[in-house]
Design a protein around this ligand. Sequence first.
Ligand code: ATP
Ligand code: ZN
Length: 301
Amino acid sequence: MTSKSSRDDGRLKIAIQKSGRLSEKSFALLERAGISLQKSKDQLLCRAHNFPLDIFLVRDDDIPAFLVNDVCQLGIMGQNSLLESQQLDPDTFGGLQQVMPLGFGRCRLSIAVPNDMEYTGPDSLNGRTIATSYRGLLAKYLAEYKVDANIVTMEGAVEVAPRTHLADAICDLVSTGNTLISNGLSEQETILKSQAVIIKNNVMRSDIDSLSEKILARIKAVLSAENSRYIMLNCPTEALDDIKAILPGSQSPTVLPLQGRDDMVAVHAVCDEAVFWTTMEDLKARGASSILVVPIEKMLD
Ligand code: ATP
Ligand code: ZN
């Protein structure tokens, strides 16, 4: 454990996954928020040069414990793992808050059965054995549906359990579904939809909390810039209301005169949704021309 002096050094500590599905994207997100890090994957600790911040590189399952002990104040992990820890030990982990979904690491926790097993609904699991790494979330689901099944806890390679007759069914994380297909399993129930989130402890000191708020605001700005586009177009003045109505997610566009044209205006708007080809075609059909859609690098509200 970290000594008291390093805990009290006035630096914010963020726990992220050391290596695995979330680590690259967690690093990249912090870098896009302007944090310059010396990447060294062999270490536990990684210092930021330009912000009073240290990154702890740990196993994802350990992140909740780092937060409740205030070794770290923020963490990036899958909702699935957080909710599982909270389900298994609400007294210890119940106070951790999800503060921001991050839009990556999307997956679902699903129940899958062998293709040749008859399945008509959760009742079909009665008396069966289900292998999982998510005992807490599975038990909660089974209790909700009043299913009486046995749970076998496995750390990994859950998908082979039915073939080795260790279990009749599995409950595991799925993203594309390819692993299930190649193991002769079919997905039947989704227990939880998950993505990576930032989590926060509720015991941090106020000076650290203000650093945390600053980082969270930057990350929020990065995410909203990523999801937004700047759109520019020209249109007949009389078509302006029609055009405004179909600009995706835009609040109040800027309308500018076009030199030498009193029948035309230029419209500039930040759209907080994707701008699809079909939207551009609709804009064109309503009289818009010279339509430009550009990405936004940074945005601070
Ligand atoms: P660690 O060594 O840190 O314990 P791990 O093996 O538990 O790693 P990973 O397999 O790297 O964890 O998955 C980390 C997280 O990525 C999961 O908890 C989940 O939130 C997310 N994830 C997204 N898609 C998938 C998927 N198809 N399978 C497993 N996890 C996924
Ligand atoms: Zn893990």
